[in-house]
Design a binder for this molecule. Sequence first.
Ligand code: ATP
Ligand code: MG
Length: 452
Amino acid sequence: MGKVVTQKQIAASVVQTLQHNGYMALFAGGCVRDELLGREPKDYDIATEAYPEEVEALFPKTVPIGKAFGVIAVIEQGETIEVATFREEVGTLDGRHPETIMFSAAKEDALRRDFTINGMFFDPIKKQLHDYVHGQRDLKKKRVTAIGDPEERFREDHLRMLRAIRFVHTLQFDLDPATENAIKKMAPLIQKISAERIEVELTRTLTESARPGTALKHLQELGLLEYVLPEILPMVGQEQPPQFHPEGDVFEHTCLMLDLMNEHQEPGSFSPRELAYSVLLHDVGKPPTASIGPGADGVPRIRFDGHASVGAKMAEKILIRLKFPNVEKKSITTAIAGHMRFMDVQNMKASTLRKMIGAETFELEMALHRLDCLGSHRALEHYTFVRDYQKKMAHEPMLPEPFINGKDLVDLGICEGKRIGRILKEAYDGQMENRFTSKEEVLKWVQSELTD
Ligand code: ATP
Ligand code: MG
């Protein structure tokens, strides 16, 4: 049995090699924070006084992933450890990239980092913490505080405003008041940040926060949401019928669903990101479709006719802007477009229901529907009906092999494509509704259609 070597041990050995060769080297940033919090770090980053060429010379396998700013990836025993030369960053012209960087010492490297809790170093050999920024104080107070003057730090790199919200809600910390005020003041600058970088922070906020809906509200309160996702802002204050939505307006409903995402989620064949954006955008079509019209009882109420398909189109535009991969864009918009179908599941023809359940995106749709109910009236009758139906059907495939195919029809002398398509669909629907139980029965029916 081989001994399991952790990334931490490999990173510590990289630090040791650097120190043995006379260079100061330390664990840096997120991994120090997470270890002090008793959380498992995502990865171990190293900061050192050695220059990039010196790092490259010391290790047999390296990749110059960001050599211009001093970042070399050291590959040891299959693990990739990022080793960065201590640096300071001098000014920015555009709020996105430092104008120049200068290699320097540990203290300067701490001061260029974003938040005090992210600005600490740890020496894994001497077991010593190097805290130049009161990171420990803020960890104890559970507080996200910008290093130095918050306005200046957000002016240097506007993305830090979104990172602040992410750390507050993933760590369940408070936001330091001066840091919060600076975000309120500087929020419009987030427009200058590319959609891809925004997507990374937004997605991590939505998928890693303890209460993602509360995080979304925080983004709105600080004035960031209107620039990050302007399309969803009209959901704020969009009233809906209280008999279906006792929880409040469309934004309130969406935030409640996001907050419920982490609770008793059944494992499914979709990513957390797909569910998060399906929830986030499922009702984005409500504000533009709102009207007053009669409800089922004839009494006028607020209606959102067609909001699912309008919302799916809006979601597609948003996801294109955020550079989502096609596959996820498709599954999310499919889930949004179909989210009102669940109202009808108990009255659907078996063929319709089986196609719906057999679809690749179905588990995502179920998760969205479940949250939609839990985030409003809390009745899960349609959800339960589908799960019971799936159990009842467990012995046969939801989408069976069709009894006949196009070639069977061509052999019967049918050559018009449209007609073939129509017959195949009817034959397959009949098969799923148990009107046909064999290929022979289907062919007999086709013959009778031909002689009509
Ligand atoms: P995570 O666990 O999410 O990876 P992290 O703290 O490691 O958290 P990274 O984005 O991986 O976050 O960045 C590593 C470190 O680099 C941070 O801890 C912080 O010290 C610094 N850093 C990252 N982004 C910025 C930024 N935009 N401005 C200043 N410092 C930053
Ligand atoms: Mg990290």
